[in-house]
Design a protein around this ligand. Structure first.
Ligand code: PRP
Ligand code: URA
Length: 209
């Protein structure tokens, strides 16, 4: 079954409170999404393998550890996942970035695909999918299915807020995908919005409403 990690770090909790506040401006919202993404990414990369090397300090030769050449690719789900990209690249600047364009049909809540551009060497990479909101789970499930067709080494999902319904659906659809979340909320409302959530993440990041 899929492993799920829900962050309990005080910095994430604090930033999430401000993020949820309806009075938080788009400018501040964008900055917080980026910062929270950095903090979650720190946990999501905890199992990256290391190898020992010798490093000559000004005093002696030390046995030190470096990342064992494991290659990462981040794949934001457009639009709102874009808000997390700079935050994760702050930790892994050499990673590649793919993009998947999806939006939810407002009536059916089903994902509608409109773009997919992934790194050419994705078969050699560990992929981390980025989307701040996991609501019904339809978008994340669809994006991960598209990525699986290209056979990456592994896939993780990083989100900021999830609804129990979306988490369950994602776990069932892709039990091999580890899930990293900033918070697990109460439920979905009749319009498929996360309660209490933060509203429409894309609109709040880009100021489109
Ligand atoms: C939002 C969000 C997720 C999706 C989550 O995107 O960024 O991609 O909804 O909902 P789901 O789990 O029910 O699929 P939206 O469809 O609003 O598109 P946008 O980012 O382009 O505004
Ligand atoms: N997408 C969002 O941006 N917010 C929600 O609460 C649900 C889906």
């Amino acid at each position: 079954m899929a492993k799920v990690f829900i962050m309990d770090h005080p910095l994430i909790q604090h930033k999430l409170s401000i993020l949820r506040d309806e009075n938080t401006s788009s400018m501040e919202f964008r900055k917080l999404v980026e910062e929270i993404a950095t903090l979650i990414c720190y946990e999501a990369t905890r199992d990256l393998p290391l190898e020992e090397v010798e490093t000559k300090t000004p005093v002696a030769v030390a046995k030190t550890k470096v990342l064992a050449g494991k290659k990462l690719a981040f794949v934001p789900i457009l639009r709102a996942g874009l808000g997390m990209v700079d935050g994760v690249l702050a930790l892994v600047p050499a990673a590649r970035v793919g993009h998947i364009g999806l939006y939810r049909d407002p009536e059916t809540l089903m994902p509608v695909e409109y773009y997919c551009k992934l790194p050419a060497d994705i078969e050699e990479r560990e992929v981390i999918v980025l989307d701040p909101m996991l609501a019904t789970g339809g978008s994340a499930i669809d994006a991960i299915s598209q990525i699986k067709q290209r056979s990456p080494k592994s896939i993780k999902f990083m989100g900021i807020i999830a609804a129990p319904e979306g988490l369950e659906a994602l776990k069932n659809a892709h039990p091999d995908v580890e899930i990293y979340l900033g918070a697990l909320d109460e439920k979905l409302n009749d319009h498929g919005y996360i309660v209490p959530g933060l509203g429409d993440a894309g609109d709040r990041i880009f100021g489109t409403k």
